[in-house]
Design a protein around this ligand. Structure first.
Ligand SMILES: [Zn+2]
Length: 277
């Protein structure tokens, strides 16, 4: 998938990150951070693409403890341009200390560190609670005062926030289903953006209605993570044709459509600073 995504981003004259998360080599066929980096550096184009290590959880979606520092160190050594540690399943103080460790490692290497605060559900096995109830209650949303404290204590550079967004399902039986069209609490996002002076990240970006996504870009979201959209395009083309290049074509087309038609980000290139924070 790396090659067609990069071609699409370059052809749309836009900017994106190739992201891989631990669950993609544990539960899917990404092989590992080294395999992804190798493919990335084969097609790299620094004006348009960087390489990001997404979710390295401290406690994973199955409740298991992860040697997150080892994974982060490996990615830094492989040349990843940014890393994420996900301590969102931990109590606040433990999330802060895990994130601080990773931020220090990242900053020593001159790269930014993303963290997550709040509960962005969806990766766990089993059914989600009814979405409308979840959204209406605001349960699990990133709290403004906590976020302010978290960012200043942890030293993270970007923050993944929970504002109604949910991750795509990864469990067998659920991962091929159409994602719920999540809503975003844009007033809450605005409060978070005002309280924090760092870029905010929207995880679970697939399937969010367009008007919410475009408004979120105006209110503080600087990075949107898309996985399900392009993974499902890849898998369904591969399943129907049995042909790898047809699956790559499907990824290319879907990525072009997302950047150009859905997010209206053609011709827009982020300025990515690689200086030490
Ligand atoms: Zn995520």
């Amino acid at each position: 998938m790396v090659e067609p995504v990069i071609h699409a981003v370059v052809d749309q004259d836009s900017f994106a990150m190739i992201e891989t998360a631990r669950l993609e080599w544990v539960k899917f066929e990404a092989v590992g951070p080294e395999a992804v980096a190798k493919e990335f550096f084969r097609w790299q184009n620094p004006d348009h693409i960087s390489l990001h290590l997404d979710h390295i959880p401290v406690i994973d979606e199955d409740g298991l403890q992860v040697d997150y520092l080892a994974d982060i160190r490996q990615a830094i050594d492989l040349g990843y341009h940014s890393v994420m540690v996900d301590g969102s399943r931990l109590p606040l103080s433990e999330n802060i200390s895990a994130t601080r460790q990773v931020a220090e490692l990242a900053h020593k290497a001159g790269i930014p560190c993303e963290a997550e605060l709040g509960a962005i559900m969806g990766h766990e096995a089993g059914p989600l609670p009814p979405y409308d109830e979840l959204f209406a209650s605001g349960k699990g949303f990133t709290k403004v005062e906590q976020a302010r404290h978290f960012v200043s204590e942890s030293g993270c550079d970007w923050l993944s926030v929970a504002i109604g967004n949910i991750h795509g399902a990864i469990s067998r039986g659920l991962k091929d289903q159409k994602k719920i069209a999540a809503q975003l609490d844009l007033d809450h996002l605005q409060k978070l953006a005002q309280a924090l002076s760092i870029p905010l990240v929207l995880h679970g970006g697939s399937g969010i209605p367009r008007e919410y996504v475009l408004a979120s870009f105006q209110k503080g979201i600087a990075k949107i993570n898309i996985a399900t959209e392009i993974r499902q395009a890849y898998e369904s083309a591969l399943q129907t044709t049995g042909n790898l290049s047809a699956a790559q074509d499907a990824v290319y087309e879907r990525t072009c459509w997302l950047i150009g038609d859905y997010f209206a980000l053609s011709g827009i290139r982020a300025v990515v600073t690689q200086e030490s924070p």
